[in-house]
Design a protein around this ligand. Structure first.
Ligand SMILES: Nc1nc2c(ncn2[C@@H]2O[C@H](COP(=O)(O)OP(=O)(O)OP(=O)(O)O)[C@@H](O)[C@H]2O)c(=O)[nH]1
Ligand SMILES: [Mg+2]
Length: 650
């Protein structure tokens, strides 16, 4: 389609970067300096991170819109997440904009997600403004970082025009941007001016009727389902008779109850929306991301949004443990299905599939962290669920089994390079580059199977004494590299239901690392600790001291247990073996065997052949179903059993 006009009153930009490079903080400053707030008005830090989980974890999870006025122009801004697992959000956001601010930390330089987001922006032919951010950091190395950015553009096949990107230096936190490193500025005006100058106004075709691409969905208790997107052509009026064109040219008539646009972080009602603006239409049922909303007289579909495929799958099922129903309110499969379906409507990179014959759902996403966040949201909404171990998704192409491969960057002290290399090569990683940097640090690059990285981060932190940094991006699918064996520890499995007591736990301590404390409820098949040896051990954590004539309850209470690390959802998920699940309720995280009864587990062990960690089918296939025969684990399957995860796996 040739566009013959543009709307000079609007600019649409996305802010893209690697995680933590300062996107949301910069948006704060842009909102403040655009004059949207009253003089002296208190505003929250990282205003766009409005979800509870975003505030708690200090990261952006979903891309969000806002707008600012600048010199008579409305700038629609999309703040995007920098964590690799939320890459789908970035792809969705880029469908609404004509340009992007690429933020790069002045100390860290371009990192894997910088590469991912830049490649997506270049693919779309977006105009890019590069902002080297955080130049106030004591270890800022802006000139070096700039040459790394050029290298990245060249590596990604940028053309000459794209290589002449406008460049600014910024301290987002202080709300300062300047045209040169030496220049002086005390505001963001140079950046805001650059947006007006360098980002093209949205283009459209004058005689085309109204067309909008649905790039996001929202829900309002008052107005129902809401579709968010850019007006690609024409104008919209709040009373228009419209039609939604879905996948496979499915058409559905719509009547819009409300038309809104962004003003700051708020939505305001408008009568009309111009071409190029980002709008919100309310009162729409049955609309999906990627659909086109257009006029009934001249319906014409736009190209749907296509995002990269998911790489990790997990089995989700309702809680079937003996303690089910005590802490949550949503316990039924239909409720879980409905909620998961709702998630797929909003979250383009999540897929849900029902497991045939019951046993829950296979949920696919872009990484285990994305699924952890989904589980965390479910438990806050009162769900009680059981989830299985994250598994990578294999593909078969021309009869060849292929697996996802990551390009991994490691930055660590030179003394740890040996151990890191040893561990990664043991997991079928191949070293691609090794370079020594100032201060005795080295940068290593590996090509490594995604399955090797599930659960590896903590081992890495332990091996590098917490000082290493690792980042990766999905480089593609390659032929399956074969099984690998790594360290393995088994599980301490409770052989009965009851309450854990000090005496019982005290005598289990030499056997491994415990997950429960006295008075915790336990049940048969629940995992109460990590066994030191590479086999499971059935134990009795409820064992009381036999009372003799010399009664010694007091003595028992005097036993002191080693403090345990509280079980977090992330830690639990990465500890799982193939025949185990995590039980998640609003207030508890417990590990359990999929088959709870000792007899059932014994029988299934005798019955099934050995299996490897990755399977053709995602979890939830025949071997993962509740009550079905479990197979024994090949050594590789046990490889993700590891020490505790400290912090979020970003
Ligand atoms: N020194 C310094 N720190 C900054 C600056 N801008 C942001 N930060 C800090 O960097 C951290 C990350 O900031 P965010 O704005 O959340 O980064 P983000 O890019 O939005 O992160 P994600 O959305 O999770 O990818 C916060 O601790 C900020 O305070 C800056 O200009 N200078
Ligand atoms: Mg952010």
């Amino acid at each position: 389609m040739t566009h013959d006009a543009s709307n000079p009153g609007i600019r649409n930009i996305a802010i893209i970067a690697h995680v933590d490079h300062g996107k949301t903080t910069l948006v704060d400053a842009m909102l403040r300096q655009s004059g949207l707030f009253r003089e002296g008005q208190e505003t929250q830090e990282r205003l766009m991170d409005s979800m509870d989980l975003e505030r708690e974890r200090g990261i952006t999870i979903a891309a969000k819109n806002c707008s600012i006025p600048w010199k008579g122009v409305k700038i629609n801004i999309l703040d995007t997440p920098g964590h690799a697992d939320f890459g789908g959000e970035v792809e969705r956001a880029l469908s609404m904009v004509d340009g992007a601010l690429l933020l790069v930390d002045a100390s860290e330089g371009p990192l894997p997600q910088t590469r991912f987001v830049l490649s997506k922006a270049l693919e779309r032919g977006l105009s890019i403004i590069v902002v080297i951010n955080k130049i106030d950091l004591p270890d800022a190395r802006s000139s070096e970082v700039l040459s790394e950015i050029y290298d990245l553009f060249i590596d990604l096949g940028a053309n000459d025009k794209q290589l002449e990107f406008p460049l600014l230096y910024a301290v987002g936190k202080a709300g300062i941007a300047q045209d040169s490193l030496e220049g002086k500025s005390d505001n963001l005006h140079p950046l805001l001016d650059a947006i007006l100058r360098e980002i093209p106004a949205p283009r459209y075709t004058t005689n085309e009727p109204f067309q909008m691409l649905v790039s996001d969905l929202s829900y309002s208790d008052y107005f129902g389902r809401q579709a968010i997107g850019k007006v690609m052509n024409g104008r919209a009026h709040s009373k228009d008779a419209l039609v939604c064109i879905g996948e496979g040219d499915r058409r559905e008539a719509l009547s819009i109850s409300k038309l809104q646009a962004y003003e700051g972080v708020e939505l305001i009602d408008v009568e009309n929306a111009e071409s190029g603006d980002i709008i919100v239409l309310s009162g729409i049922e049955n609309v999906h991301i990627g659909d086109t909303i257009c006029t009934r007289d001249a319906p014409k579909a736009l190209r749907r949004i296509v995002v990269d495929e998911p790489t990790v799958a997990m089995r989700f099922a309702v809680n079937s443990s003996p303690l089910a129903g005590r802490e949550g309110k949503n316990l039924q499969t239909t409720q879980l299905l409905e909620r998961l379906r709702k998630e797929t409507l909003k979250n383009v990179s999540i897929q849900v599939e029902e497991i045939r014959g019951g046993g829950g759902f296979v949920v696919r996403g872009r990484g285990e962290f994305q699924l952890v966040i989904l589980i965390e949201m479910l438990r806050r909404e009162g769900f009680e669920i059981c989830v299985g171990r994250p598994e990578v998704i294999y593909r078969t192409e021309s009869g060849v089994k292929k697996e996802p491969i990551e390009h991994l960057f490691v930055d660590c002290n030179e003394v740890f390079a040996g151990i890191v290399t040893e561990k990664l090569t043991g997991r079928k990683g191949r070293m691609l580059a090794y370079s020594v940097h100032d201060g005795g640090r080295v940068r290593l690059e590996f090509s490594v199977p995604s399955r090797a990285l599930i659960g590896y981060r903590d081992l890495f932190l332990t091996d590098t004494k917490g000082t290493g940094i690792m980042n990766s991006y999905l480089s593609g699918y390659e032929e399956y590299r074969g099984d690998f064996v790594t360290r393995f520890t088994g599980s301490l499995v409770s052989d009965r239901s009851g309450k854990a007591v000090t005496y019982g736990l005290y005598h289990l301590e030499p056997r491994g690392r415990l997950f429960v404390v006295p008075n915790d409820a336990v049940y048969e098949g629940m995992i109460v600790g990590e066994h030191n040896l590479d086999s499971d051990l059935d134990v009795n954590p409820c064992k009381e001291k036999k009372l003799s004539n010399m009664r010694s309850v007091l003595k028992d209470e005097a036993l002191t247990l080693t403090p345990i690390q509280p079980m977090t959802l992330e830690r639990a998920i990465l500890l799982l073996q193939e025949d185990e699940m995590v039980e998640v309720t609003p207030s508890s995280v417990r590990l359990r065997k999929t088959l709870l009864s000792f007899q059932d587990r014994k029988a299934s062990k005798r019955g099934g052949p050995a299996q490897s960690a990755g399977r053709e089918e995602p979890p939830g296939g025949a071997s993962a179903g509740e009550g079905r025969a479990q197979t024994t684990l090949a050594p590789e399957a046990k490889s993700t059993k590891r020490a505790a995860l400290s912090g979020s796996p970003r």
